[in-house]
Ligand binder design. Structure first.
Ligand code: PLP
Length: 460
């Protein structure tokens, strides 16, 4: 019996001459195709050995080979639909770049550029020069520098300014950002010595005063970007900290984390530090390019010229330097800020955070109506909340409108996983036995894709 099945398996060569497989070889190369054929045939042999009776029709084998080649060659890093409502979702790539900057990124990626070439002087130039003036104009800083991310920015600053000396930080600000960024470790790994002051809830000016000594290398303030300390609390005003640091002649650094270039308080959002305001008091501030700024991953350092000049001479900078695609995306994003009236609409992160509730409700209604056409599905809309995410506006929830879907033939958990594990994944919320879509983070065209995918899944 087994023997018969083995006999009816085609050979590798037979399959290689199948027209559909010949086509695959032209597209993907004969090596890969042959390997996948062998794999498919091996799987069938294993099944036969285990007493199964797999289908051995050539058409089925060809489909299996095609599927395996697809799985091997499909991009691992791929777009997903973010229906979680978390605007700066670190796992889903944080900020979306503005469609307005597509051309700038494209041009620099596919053509030679003046990345490190000074066209006026016919001489070597600096890659950082392309964004320096823009950052200066937008923040009021004397000078600026850009590195890979904000973690790199903080490391470079500490490594340069705090050689073997003490860094004074409030105990209320010993922050851990997801992954491996913890302020105490960042300080010590750069050769600095952590000098903690105050308590978790209260740090006074006198705590800073007492900590200052000949051993002090810098005072570091860290924005508590992913948590809030509420209740019986106190921290020192930037103004007072500035006076103290300057009298003592120690650099005053602020790790802003996110940092805003435009004030969002008129949209009803709570205060987040404005870069321009903070630069009045701090010698250097550091912030991310892909958080509230709404650009590519980058770490921006802005502040006093002589400090920035010292950073530029640190050997470490070479290891932290940004690539030309990042610089193109960052420069183009910063140009959008030159028109403050338009910037909120042009930068997706800012637009999504400030979306009016009425607009979200209309969007939810549209999506809900479309989903109601699908059989075996209960669809409702309900009020909910979204988080900004990405270490900004901690503890603050934005009112939003959700579309909730309850399938009647499969479980919500099953639907969630089917939506997620796909070539075009859709990431949803799973709550109270419902699959929920927060429309805040849905982009143009996403609704249609969601409806198509769910109706496909509910039919199969
Ligand atoms: C997010 C954040 C960082 C890390 O920034 P990356 O750009 O993700 O490297 C550092 N410090 C603070 C306070 C942050 O919020």
């Amino acid at each position: 019996m087994n023997e018969d099945l083995f006999q009816s398996l085609p050979s590798v060569n037979e399959l290689l001459s199948n027209p559909a497989i010949v086509e695959l070889q032209q597209q993907f190369g004969s090596g890969l195709v042959k390997q996948q054929i062998q794999q498919v045939l091996n799987n069938k042999r294993q099944q036969i050995i285990q007493g199964e009776k797999p289908t051995l029709a050539t058409t089925d084998l060809v489909v299996a080979v095609k599927q395996q080649i697809h799985d091997k060659t499909v991009m691992s890093l791929r777009p997903v639909i973010n229906a979680t409502g978390v605007v700066l979702h670190t796992n889903l790539g944080r900020s979306l770049l503005s469609p307005e900057i597509k051309q700038a990124v494209n041009e620099v990626g596919f053509q030679y550029s003046n990345l490190e070439y000074n066209l006026n002087e016919k001489a070597r130039g600096q890659r950082y020069s392309h964004v320096e003036a823009l950052i200066r104009d937008l923040t009021g800083a004397e000078d600026a520098l850009v590195v890979n991310n904000n973690a790199a920015a903080v490391m470079l600053v500490l490594d340069t300014l705090v050689n073997q000396k003490e860094v004074i930080v409030s105990r209320g600000e010993l922050v851990e950002i997801g992954g491996s960024f913890r302020i105490p470790e960042i300080i010590t790994s750069g050769g600095g010595i952590l000098h903690e002051i105050g308590t978790t809830n209260k740090t006074h000016l006198v705590d800073y005063q007492r900590a200052l000594s000949d051993e002090t290398g810098a005072i570091l303030k860290v924005h508590t970007s992913n948590y809030r300390i509420v209740g019986f609390t106190e921290s020192v005003a930037s103004q007072d900290l500035s006076k103290l640091a300057h009298e003592a002649q120690v650099p005053l650094i602020y790790d802003l984390g996110s940092g805003l270039l435009v004030d969002l308080s008129k949209f009803g959002l709570p205060a987040e530090p404005l870069i321009k305001e903070e630069l009045k008091w701090y010698d250097l501030v550091t912030f991310s390019g892909d958080k509230l700024l709404g650009g590519p991953q980058a770490g921006i350092i802005a502040g006093k010229r002589d400090y920035i000049e010292r950073l530029k001479h640190n050997q470490l900078l070479r290891a932290l330097r940004v690539d030309k695609l990042t610089l193109a995306a960052l420069e183009a994003t910063l140009h959008l800020y030159e028109n403050p009236e338009k910037v909120i609409q042009k930068i997706p992160t800012l637009r999504m955070i400030t979306l009016p509730l009425a607009e979200l409700q209309q969007h939810a209604q549209r999506l809900s109506s479309a989903l109601k056409q699908i059989k075996s599905l209960k669809v409702t809309t309900l009020a909910g909340t979204s988080q900004v995410g990405g270490g900004s506006y901690p503890g603050y929830l934005l009112p939003t409108e959700l579309v909730a879907v309850t399938p009647t033939t499969i479980s919500a958990t099953k639907l969630e996983s089917k939506l997620r594990i796909s070539d075009s994944p859709i990431i949803v919320r799973l709550e109270k036995g419902q699959v929920q879509f927060d429309v805040r983070t849905l982009q143009i065209g996403d609704d249609e894709k969601i409806v198509r995918r769910i109706s496909q899944l509910m039919r199969s």
